[in-house]
Design a protein around this ligand. Structure first.
Ligand code: P6P
Length: 337
């Protein structure tokens, strides 16, 4: 049974034991957690809070912004800009980076986030979430620019998400495993509920948007067709399928009971590597999944090895139970030869 300690106590113990969490990073994560609690309050209000529906604007990706997308983005910016632990922030909802205003002290960390992932689910009361990734500025670099953010996922100092579902759950990694915290609404604080998160290496559950099947490349079609063939096919076992259309919720299920999540390249937009964003969706989720014993590739190589070239660049994603991710990746490498 996991000790029911607060997020603060957990972070301080990790700081003491592993030294993996410098004081400034601990403060940063506590501020992000508080921001997620505030976002959860708005999300949980739903129609009562006049926060549903479209904001009547588009984000940098050309996607219609929901009111809650903008609210969540503002909450994260306001919560993090004054603390002195950040140099700058980047968000799916903002084209360029957000420099910490000169009236506040500057720090060494860089925070990237998708403030509210799964926005299409907001108005239909299905789980959504906040995804975040923390990098550190290069030693001695003066000022801060977009280039400071363009580091591979393997350089992340921390990553996590908060899923706003039946429970509000914060999931974190600093490179020393994965911990889950459930929001105790009576106390108003996150309480440790799992500190040994492990993804089974095998699974019978896959997650993909099947309506796009005819647009995938052959190796992805092969993998899914074999899953659908079940016990009568080459896999010799039946599979189950889930697709929540909120990456946070699908990844949370995989961290909790295993599975493989795929958002592959699609021939309708051949010049687009995939739908999901590398810096603030794929990289943080890849860090968490690998720290829980899983794997994460872009169907050809490890996601956390990719060298980013743009802040909002997209990537194909295959992540979850190690043996399934390796199988999907092997099919793609085989086809490439
Ligand atoms: P589709 C949500 O918009 C998101 O970015 C991910 O959270 C989710 O996995 C995916 O897109 C869903 O995409 O095409 O199935 O709606």
């Amino acid at each position: 049974m996991t000790r029911r300690i607060s997020l603060t106590q957990y972070l301080i113990e990790q700081q003491r034991q592993h030294g993996a969490i410098p004081q400034e990073l601990r403060l940063l994560i506590e501020v992000v957690a508080r921001a997620c609690k505030r976002i959860a309050i708005s999300v949980n209000k739903g129609a009562l809070g006049e926060v549903l529906g479209s904001a009547g604007s588009e984000n940098v990706q050309g996607e219609v912004q929901k009111k809650l997308d903008i609210i969540a983005n503002e909450v994260l910016i306001e919560a993090n800009e004054w603390g002195g632990h950040l140099a700058a922030m980047a968000s799916e909802e903002m084209e360029g980076i957000y420099l910490v205003p000169n009236r506040f002290p500057q720090g060494e960390y860089l925070l990237m986030f998708d403030p509210l992932d799964g926005s299409s689910n907001i108005d239909v009361n299905v789980s959504i979430g906040t995804i975040f990734s923390v990098l550190k500025k290069a030693e001695g670099s003066k000022g801060v620019s977009e280039e400071d953010f363009l580091q591979p996922g393997s350089a992340q100092a921390a990553a996590g998400y908060c899923v706003y579902g039946p429970q509000t759950t914060l999931v974190l990694t600093f490179g020393q495993g994965v911990a889950m915290f459930t929001l105790d609404r009576e106390q108003g604080s996150f309480v440790l509920t799992s500190d040994e998160v492990k993804i089974p290496e095998d699974t019978k559950e896959f997650a993909i948007n099947m309506s796009n099947m005819r647009h995938w490349d052959a190796p992805m079609q092969r993998y899914v067709e074999e899953c659908l063939a079940g016990s009568t096919g080459p896999r010799g076992k039946d599979f189950n399928m889930r697709w929540i259309a909120s990456m946070v919720a699908d990844v949370h299920r995989i961290l909790t009971r295993g599975g493989v999540f795929m958002y592959p390249w699609d021939k309708r937009e051949p010049n687009k590597a995939g739908k999901l964003r590398l810096m603030y969706e794929a990289n943080p989720m890849a860090f968490l999944v690998e720290q829980a014993g899983g794997a994460a590739t872009n169907a050809k190589q490890r996601i956390m090895d990719l060298q980013p070239t743009q802040l909002h660049e997209r990537v194909s994603v295959v992540l979850g139970s190690k043996n399934e991710v390796e199988r999907v990746t092997a099919y793609h490498l085989e086809a490439a030869q």
